[in-house]
Design a protein around this ligand. Structure first.
Ligand code: ADP
Ligand code: GLC
Length: 497
């Protein structure tokens, strides 16, 4: 039996403490799965203003109070508190950085919930957070063997470890996961001075004459991963998608592995889900309809058992394909279907979604906001689940949809392409509907294929069962991460995996 590893997993959001999207679910499910493999895993995130101390059972740690941290010429203080994340099997300790101006006094994670504007001091906030990660390890005397960083918000940790703190972290390996390269943490050059990094680091952060936090992750990490095979290929080849960072990634190709995300199957399972109206399994699909009835009513639509119900739960951003939906809306609502959407994000998308729902009040329901509980009922109650993404690094909702017997209709990009396979009525193989081109016609055609199949109950049950019987848990992917960690730590590989 190889020895368990010590791993610090750092992310800007971790379910259920703070969540805006899929990173939070990964930063929950993966550490818990690694803990199941016996590793000493701990997680760390900032404590934003919206996080309740009581609900998350947060308490103080004596050694981690009032830690001085310099951001440029300003000295601020971090108090790092402790909480945990749990599932039905396991528990993992969570450290949370508190600081009044940067986190406690700000309700949103990255932007002001009132205006939708990004916080103007996001560079300072995540410099401060990165330095608090370093200080936490040092003051605890817990120097993990692996530090696993996620997206630009945490990337500077790698830069600090390999410049100012080389001695402490000389035996620590760094893994950096890119969940979404469309956000790189780009700031004016003067941000560099606030990092306190040595001048020699500038070239590793500078991209297109700006400071780019994500670039630091790519240059300083020992190994880079991303969240699906297809997105992995896109990151190496697509200059537009990566804003030119693809060349840098190509240069690191030997230290780069795509690993598909998993889902936490103790949380996302219709068999045990307490957030849905009626629990069910692959053998009691008849009970799923009670969820459908409850769901349409939540959206003030009329319950029509024979009419297919399509759901979307999503950040309302261009990435998620709302442009296509807007273009296709009039044609879509000529069909016999109902559509329910839960999401928040860009104000203009929020507005036109509400306008279309007003135009088709019998057919479309929209709820603007973030509602974790409702998101479960959306999976359990819907017949189909739409993800027409422009790009999608991995996507988790199509995998939740498989688990809940809601058939995904998706565009062939990133993780959607890797997990969803068009159903073939002859061989009865396949788990969803998929279209290639990013245009309304292609999307409508896929929706129409789904609507046609829905009429054949035997085939429809088959497609549901195909999806429900697949394994999308973290079982396989957590082992792939473990393998990377172990390879990096092997002395004979000279630190490269
Ligand atoms: P992304 O990370 O790009 O947003 P993913 O498919 O990986 O996309 O993950 C999205 C996660 O966020 C899912 O768990 C989804 O249910 C959740 N989610 C997104 N928007 C909302 C919302 N408005 N209310 C509740 N959950 C949401
Ligand atoms: C990002 C991506 C999404 C992915 C998630 C978790 O937010 O947009 O596709 O599933 O990260 O990796």
């Amino acid at each position: 039996m190889p020895k368990p590893l010590s791993i610090l997993f750092v992310a800007s959001e971790i379910y259920p403490i703070a969540k805006t999207g899929g990173v939070a679910d990964v930063a929950y499910g993966l550490p818990l799965a690694l803990r199941d493999l016996e590793h000493d895993v701990r997680v760390m995130l900032p404590k934003y203003g919206a996080i309740s101390e009581r609900k998350n059972k947060i308490h103080e740690i004596n050694r981690l109070k009032d830690i001085p941290i310099d951001v440029g010429n300003v000295r601020e203080f971090a108090t790092v508190k402790s909480s945990s994340i749990v599932n039905t099997r396991t528990k993992v300790q969570a450290y949370m950085t508190t600081n009044k101006p940067y986190f406690d006094s700000k309700w949103g994670l990255y932007s002001d919930p009132e205006t939708g504007e990004e916080y103007p001091d996001n560079d300072e906030r995540f410099i401060f957070f990165a330095r608090s990660v370093i200080q936490t390890c040092t003051l605890l005397g817990w120097i993990p063997q692996v530090v696993h960083l996620n997206d630009w918000h945490t990337a500077l940790v790698a830069a600090y470890m390999r410049t100012l703190y080389t001695q402490q972290f000389k035996n620590t390996k760094i893994v950096f996961t890119i969940h979404n390269i469309s956000n790189q943490g780009v700031f004016p050059l003067k941000t560099f001075q606030k990092t306190g990094l040595p001048d020699t680091a500038l070239e590793n952060l500078k991209h297109k004459n700006k400071i780019n936090f994500l670039k630091a992750g790519i240059t300083y990490a020992d190994h880079i991963t991303t969240v699906s095979k297809t997105y992995g290929e896109q990151l190496l080849s697509d200059a537009k998608l990566t804003d030119g960072l693809n060349t840098l990634l190509r240069a690191r190709k030997d230290s780069y592995t795509p690993i598909i995300n998993g889902i936490d199957t103790t949380i996302w399972t219709p068999e045990k889900d307490k957030l849905i109206v009626k629990r069910y399994t692959i053998d009691s699909l008849d009970k799923k309809v009670e969820n459908k009835e409850a769901l349409v009513k939540r959206f003030n639509l009329q319950y029509k058992p024979e009419t297919p119900l399509i759901a979307m739960v999503s950040r309302l951003v261009e990435q998620k394909g709302f442009g296509l939906l807007k273009e296709a809306a009039n044609a879509l609502f000529q069909e016999d279907l109902q559509l329910v959407i839960l999401g928040e994000g860009d104000k203009d998308i929020e507005e036109w979604l509400q306008a279309i729902a007003q135009q088709y009040p019998q057919k479309m329901g929209v709820k603007i906001g973030f509602d974790e509980n409702l998101s479960h009922l959306m999976e359990a109650g819907s017949d189909m689940y739409l993800m027409p993404s422009l790009f999608e690094p991995c996507g988790l909702n199509q995998m939740y949809s498989f688990a809940y017997g809601s058939v995904p209709i998706v565009r062939a990009t990133g993780g959607l392409k890797d997990t969803v396979h068009e159903f073939d009525p002859v061989s009865r193989i396949g788990n969803g509907f998929i279209f290639e081109e990013y245009n309304a016609e292609a999307m409508l055609a896929a929706v129409r294929r789904a609507l046609a199949l829905y009429k054949d109950k035997s085939l429809w049950v088959q497609i549901i069962k195909n999806g429900m019987s697949e394994d999308h848990s973290w079982h396989n992917s957590s082992r792939k991460y473990e393998e990377i960690y172990r390879k990096l730590l092997q002395p004979q590989t000279n630190g490269k995996a």
